[in-house]
Design a protein around this ligand. Sequence first.
Ligand code: DC
Length: 237
Amino acid sequence: MDTVLRIAIDGPSGSGKSTIAKIVADKLGLEYIDTGSMYRAIAFKVSKKIKEQNFTGENFHLDDFLNENISNILDDTDIDFKEGNVYLDGQLLGNEIRVDEISILASEIAQFENVRKKLVDFQREIASKNSVVMDGRDIATNVIKDAEVKIFLTASVEERAMRRYKQLLEQGQDLVYEEIYDDIKHRDINDKTRKLNPLRPAKDSKILDTTGLTIEEVVAIIENEVKLWQKSNRLGQ
Ligand code: DC
């Protein structure tokens, strides 16, 4: 594809962003960029540092630890993203960043200005060189404000918690639905209320409530948005 096409897909945890974004990218031959994995990679490094230093129990305060250490950790951290995968200091990361501990820690470290700056600069660099489907929380409102297509996926907390619960059950994990529900709610509050680039749709985002829709239906709606953009782009030339 010669024309630049950047599709921004934002939405809360469990709204199906990455599944949908990956399929759309494959179908249209675009690069898929999962920005959440970059926040998770930094959270993974932070978690390693906390464990290395044996910080546990009542006397450990995450906020204090982050305020004191996040700058040094960032200076010493290299994040890369190639072919759909995130690399931390040259090492490929996989499912170790998908566990609940890292999900919660990622939404905590994402509130820090220096974390966001490092990752947003990197994401903008990628988007300046490639046609992409980029998913996250602030892609349309901050990272690529002039993206050609902007989608904001939503679904009720109950639906998102139930999808996650079923997914984990299928993987053989034994979990309590209420705990997953509380986790998602907690991350929603962090993501929506943080001062810097909170989760919200851009004025020109297409808001798509995926409650009750299949993956194929959501993908078809996004493909249609792309077609509409292509049509208006051709007419405008
Ligand atoms: O999409 P995800 O669940 O993998 O993202 C993990 C966390 O990273 C999420 O709770 C908030 C943060 N994040 C962000 O602040 N901005 C983004 N563009 C992507 C993720």
